[in-house]
Design a protein around this ligand. Structure first.
Ligand SMILES: [Zn+2]
Length: 234
């Protein structure tokens, strides 16, 4: 169970924004483009990969993939409250579609933005731990849940909290639920640390390490092959 997560000051510097993967470029409507500099019909994850979670865990993948990555470099969607709000509206729409639940209207202010950045950094740390400075001092992140029974007798566990507190509660709940079904380990960060795109591994053996074999895997294999040849000829 992942009822809590460790949190700490931002570690974005531990994951350089330069990145090699090419950008997926689905089309967008003019109305979408008017909302932000990227098409907001597009999920943050769809900027980088088509290996998107098909369950409410998509909210967690979305949080991870708000980071700046790709080539050309895509913007960090948690760089300002306005960009965070635009992204979150699309992400919660997708979460609601996949969960069958209503998502609240969230307003991200400056303090909330910092909390989202901390959540993202800690999720990234717990998924691969790459590049975290040695003096990094994690703290707990906590969310709240409520158990409800409606008039039909249906019992549900639902996230509690207002604005960003609700987002944190929902993200931790989705992780907890996926972990109980042994699927949390399928959400991964690309092994290429300059990429670190979050992708969902739905292969039978759950043994993918690259978000895209053609983009990050082949390049790594080529580098390894060159190193081996250089070592043999030395
Ligand atoms: Zn990658």
């Amino acid at each position: 169970m992942y009822s809590t997560f460790m949190t700490a000051p931002c570690v974005r510097s531990a994951h350089p924004p330069d990145c090699t993967p090419a950008i997926k470029s689905p089309s967008a409507t003019a109305d979408d483009r008017s909302l932000y500099t990227i098409p907001m019909s597009l999920l943050a994850s769809q900027r980088y990969t088509d290996r998107v979670v098909a369950s409410p865990l998509v909210l967690v993948q979305e949080i991870l993939n708000t980071r700046s990555a790709g080539r050309p470099l895509q913007p960090d969607l948690l760089s300002s409250p306005s960009s965070a709000n635009a992204w979150l509206a699309a992400a919660l729409k997708e979460w609601a579609r996949l969960s069958g639940m209503n998502a609240p209207v969230i307003e991200v202010d400056t303090a909330g933005l910092v909390r989202l950045q901390q959540l993202r950094d800690n999720l990234q740390f717990h998924l691969n731990g790459a590049g975290v400075p040695p003096d990094w001092a994690p703290q707990d992140i906590r969310g709240s849940l409520a158990v409800t029974m409606d008039k039909s007798g249906a019992v549900k566990i639902v996230p509690k909290g207002k604005d960003v507190s609700w987002v944190i509660s929902a993200a931790l709940y989705e992780i907890s639920r996926e972990d109980q079904m042994d699927r949390w380990r399928r959400l991964k960060l690309c092994k290429n640390e300059k990429c670190s795109v979050a992708f969902y591994d739905n292969t039978n053996n759950n043994n993918s390490v690259w978000h895209d074999l053609q983009i990050c895997g082949n390049a790594a294999n080529l580098r390894a092959s060159r190193r081996r040849r250089a070592a043999m000829s030395a």
